[in-house]
Design a protein. Structure first.
Length: 217
């Protein structure tokens, strides 16, 4: 079994994930953010630093009481959302938030991603729901997102983007990329008359199969 990452490894990987989101078209500019559990604390990307300039030592260590190192960079404006998610999800160790195009289009239309394809299940349910809108960086947004996730791996955020929680950074990035693909598929079906959805029974079967799919070690 793989050993847990050290703090330095987590910091470096977070910078790589932010760069990967930019390269893969999941994010642009300084939007989006990433966090990872680090002992009792949390590492989160800094506010307003372009991905191409990010380095591991710029990641901000946020303590459980919300404090950060004196004189360091300010954490992402969404640090409360990341902290609340990790607090409520002991099974998860990483959060990825991005403004990928098609997921954001659906979020701005208030449309969840329904059971248009079996891979929607990577989000942990038969659909990917939409969290109610609240101002970015607010406690209200953090609470809305936590409640909407409710054990799932992914949700859309109304008029904002998408959010993913997973066991590690690589899994969170992979799920975010798949959620964007499913958003694009659904968006495409809407342009040609709408999708033919999979049944709830079929999605439940898929969710069961996903629990044993792939390499779990």
């Amino acid at each position: 079994m793989a050993q847990p990452m050290t703090e330095d490894q987590l910091r470096a990987r977070m910078a790589e994930v932010m760069k990967a989101m930019e390269v893969r078209g999941l994010n642009r500019g300084t939007s989006g953010n990433v966090s990872a559990r680090c002992g009792e604390a949390m590492l989160v990307t800094p506010s307003g630093v372009p991905p191409e300039r990010l380095t591991g030592d710029q990641m901000v260590l946020v303590q459980p009481d919300g404090s950060t190192p004196q004189g360091g960079l300010r954490p992402s404006s969404e640090w409360r959302m990341h902290q609340q998610i990790l607090n409520r999800r002991p099974d998860a160790h990483a959060v990825v938030h991005c403004h990928s195009r098609h997921a954001t289009i659906l979020a701005c239309a208030g449309r969840e991603i329904p059971s248009v394809h079996y891979m929607v299940a990577v989000g942990g349910g038969s659909s990917v729901p939409v969290a109610p809108y609240a101002t970015f960086g607010s406690v209200e947004l953090a609470e809305a997102v936590v409640e909407t996730l409710d054990g799932r791996a992914a949700a859309l955020m109304a008029n904002h983007g998408q959010i993913v929680v997973a066991r590690n950074l690589d899994a969170a990035l992979a799920i975010a990329e798949e959620i964007e693909e499913q958003a694009a598929v659904y968006w495409g079906t809407l342009a040609i008359g709408g999708p033919k959805l999979l049944s709830e029974d079929e999605m439940n079967l898929i969710l069961q199969r996903f629990r044993s799919y792939g390499q779990k070690a």
